[in-house]
Design a protein around this ligand. Structure first.
Ligand code: PBG
Length: 327
């Protein structure tokens, strides 16, 4: 007779849940949001069914409906009119610009939510790159000053956390110093520590019309083939004062999430990106996959790999599922 029968721990739904090792909670999730100019606007992102670009007034309503579902953390990204873009991304630090003014509105209406706001030049850059472009090169240090101004505009608007997403060098230390010098010691930094040069960002760039005008992002974002290099990035981020480390995308990089979780004491975030969302939605629309089951599996596996926090466009779908199944 068999003494050990692992199947005994799988014999009923109650037991399976009792012995379940990883679990997703609504409180683990951060919902990325797309913001556009104007009023009363809600435009679907064609490559992301169920995800919309909202004008600030409707974004507030959307946040209200998310709060009712238990979602309390949001990562807004702005889509800026081409006419306002330039080589130095100056609109990014205009205190009356779309982004800082919307941050102010959100925090005024919903002081308890956590906002993680984006620090990078690409939404405002006429070159579509995350840094200043000169003779085809992306400048590292020269870009810092622009990012510092953006950080102050967002901190003054009341953001809770900055998400420097450009994967260039010295960002965390520089921003931490600028924030502290201006009295914003309480503003946190979630670093895009291991952000890969990934083709899975395609739908996001469609949503924001922010694709690079020339070249690619491989001189700053990481090579998908590399894992130990993430440790160099993470060591620097920790030294420079990051509060949370992020890996991005999520599912193709679960080993990197586990590596950082085992190597650092800070919370680890994973960004389940636009292309990862689009794949599941598209296949499910065609009837090729069960979208809800794939969503649950993907999010649970990201937790199992070691992520404490997940940025995901599925946050609302997950919260709906959770309400249905856990009352
Ligand atoms: C740009 C930025 C990107 C994403 C978040 N911030 C795209 C890029 O690096 O080109 C991608 C997010 C997603 O695909 O969901 N700073």
């Amino acid at each position: 007779m068999l003494i050990r029968r692992p199947r005994r721990n799988r014999k009923s739904a109650v037991i399976r849940q009792m012995v379940q090792e990883s679990r997703v909670g609504v409180e683990d999730l951060i919902l990325p949001l797309f913001l556009i100019e104007g009023e009363n606007k809600k435009v679907e992102v064609s490559s992301m069914p169920g995800i919309y670009r909202y004008s600030a007034d409707l974004l507030l309503e959307e946040i209200q409906s998310c709060i009712r579902l238990g979602i309390k953390s949001f990562a807004p990204f702005p889509s800026i009119d081409d006419a306002l873009k330039n080589t130095l991304a100056t609109e990014g630090h205009n205190p009356e610009g779309l982004y800082p003014s919307t941050i102010r509105k959100i925090k005024k209406n919903f002081p308890d939510v956590c906002l993680i706001t984006d620090i990078a030049m690409d939404p405002y850059s006429s070159d579509g790159h995350d840094g200043i472009v000169k003779d085809g090169k992306i400048l590292n240090d020269e870009t810092l000053e622009v990012l510092g101004k953006m950080a102050l505009a967002q901190a003054e608007a009341g953001t809770d956390m900055l998400g420097p997403s450009d994967m260039m060098d010295g960002r965390i230390g520089y921003l931490r110093q600028i924030l502290d010098e201006h009295g914003f010691t309480e503003v946190s930094i979630m670093s895009y520590t291991a952000k890969y040069a990934s083709a899975f960002y395609g739908p996001f760039r469609d949503a924001l019309n922010s694709a690079p005008k020339s070249g690619d992002k491989k001189t700053y974002q990481m090579n998908p083939a590399n894992r130990t290099e993430a440790l160099i990035e993470a060591d620097l981020d920790i030294e420079e004062g990051a509060d949370i480390l992020m890996v991005k995308p999520a599912i193709p990089y679960l080993d990197v999430i586990r590596l950082l979780k085992d190597s650092y004491a800070t919370p680890i975030a994973a960004y389940h990106v636009s292309g990862e969302y689009a794949m599941i939605k598209a296949a499910s629309e065609k009837g090729w996959l069960n979208g809800e089951q794939c969503m649950l599996e993907a999010l649970t596996c990201i937790k199992r790999a070691g992520a404490d926090i997940i940025l995901t466009y599925f946050a609302k779908d997950f919260a709906h599922w959770y309400q249905k199944n856990n009352q």
